[in-house]
Design a protein around this ligand. Structure first.
Ligand code: GAR
Length: 187
């Protein structure tokens, strides 16, 4: 059984979608959902799904071994970032395979501060004809790790950032679990 950890900072609709996709899977289990925000909706989703949670603050994440110890104790094979907004520290990168989803076509519209609706607003403001999703490995810089998978959606002239967000979320729900499945089960 391969063990997956999910890190999320917000609503957690991707985390839930991934957990539901792998519900009852014989080869892959979602071990725990980690969050930097105690009041993030993802925590409630995890509870409803019966998945363990761990919440940490900056001190714990950047200056202690608590998260690393927990991941090791659970024998996690891969860490998935699903809307997790803090930079991943080197000690985690050195110890785990870590994969992020970004709501745009990297290398455009990435980097510090580019998350959620800010990304979609920048895409619309620049009159882009396409946006999409990028699934990539995580290194010590925001959104710069090796790209694993991309999918595109068309942006119509009247689309608002919220319209783009809907199209991008649809792509995320469709592809992210399948890409995780391939990465985990083929490794
Ligand atoms: C997702 O669209 C994800 O791509 C994005 O945050 C959203 C989380 O939504 N991630 C980033 O912007 C990372 N830079 P969710 O909490 O509903 O899954």
């Amino acid at each position: 059984m391969k063990k997956v950890a999910i890190f999320a900072s917000g609503s957690g609709s991707n985390a839930e979608n991934i957990a539901r996709y792998f519900n009852d899977n014989e080869h892959l289990n979602i071990e725990c959902i980690y969050s930097n925000k105690p009041d993030a909706y993802v925590i409630e989703r995890a509870k409803k799904l019966g998945i363990d949670t761990m919440v940490f603050d900056r001190e714990m994440f950047y200056h202690s071994n608590k998260v690393l110890d927990d991941l090791r104790q659970r024998e996690v094979d891969i860490v998935i970032l699903a809307g997790f907004l803090w930079l991943i520290p080197g000690y985690l990168i050195r110890n785990f395979k870590i994969v992020n989803i970004h709501p745009a076509l990297l290398p455009k519209y990435g980097g510090k501060g580019m998350y959620g609706n800010r990304v979609h607003k920048a895409v619309v403001d620049n009159g882009e004809k396409y946006s999409g999703i990028t699934i990539h490995y995580v290194n010590e810089k925001y959104d710069e790790g090796k790209i694993i998978f991309q999918a595109k959606c068309e942006i119509l002239p009247d689309d608002s950032p919220e319209d783009v967000a809907k199209k991008v979320h649809k792509l995320e729900y469709e592809h992210f679990p399948k890409v995780i499945e391939q990465l985990v089960l083929n490794s």
